[in-house]
Design a protein around this ligand. Structure first.
Ligand SMILES: CC(C)(COP(=O)(O)OP(=O)(O)OC[C@H]1O[C@@H](n2cnc3c(N)ncnc32)[C@H](O)[C@@H]1OP(=O)(O)O)[C@@H](O)C(=O)NCCC(=O)NCCS
Length: 148
């Protein structure tokens, strides 16, 4: 298994996988170029993540996705552990914002994140169409955090 940091010019090549975690391309473009992108390979591509520096020691995972055929095999968690190791010296807290969906909240809980705060109506205010996950429309953004 190897994790690489993706060069600026190669980032768009991962768009299909980025869209799995965030279905609106113009929302992805808001953070793609100011963030660092990591790609995990195990033979072929397994998972990607984008992390931004929010200042004051705060970092945020803006996007994380594992190729569907390789989900639940530990790749998402391995990427998060890599991000934590990479930012431990300069960072204080790693945040992630997600919809109120048991699918993603379960994953982040297993990766050591706890509840931080909620941004009311984030998904209805920022996306053109309703975002539905697991049959439920997402409304508020739930922020979780893990100390670095
Ligand atoms: C969320 C996602 C990135 C998880 O990646 P993954 O590679 O499948 O996760 P892992 O195999 O590393 O799982 C790590 C832990 O979380 C648990 N987990 C993973 N998915 C879970 C789920 N849907 N519900 C509950 N727990 C889950 C695993 O069982 C594992 O637990 P363990 O450490 O006790 O064994 C992946 O499901 C995905 O790409 N989903 C679509 C995109 C998406 O929704 N991204 C998040 C946007 S906020």
């Amino acid at each position: 298994m190897r994790i690489i940091q993706v060069e600026e010019r190669d980032k768009r090549g991962y768009m299909d996988l980025l869209l799995l975690a965030d279905e609106q391309e113009n929302m992805i473009e808001k953070y793609l170029y100011r963030g660092e992108m990591f790609a995990l390979y195990d033979d072929d591509l397994r998972a990607i993540a984008v992390v931004t520096d929010e200042g004051g020691g705060d970092f945020e995972i803006k996007n994380i996705a594992t190729v569907p055929a390789y989900q639940r095999m530990g790749y998402g968690k391995a990427l998060i552990e890599h991000i934590v190791r990479q930012h431990r010296e300069s960072g204080r807290t790693l945040y992630v914002g997600t919809g109120d969906s048991p699918l993603t909240l379960g994953f982040y809980g297993r990766c050591g994140f706890v509840h931080s705060h909620t941004v009311k109506n984030f998904f209805v205010d920022n996306y053109d169409r309703p975002i539905v996950e697991d049959g439920k429309q997402l409304v508020d953004m739930i922020y979780l955090k893990r100390e670095l």
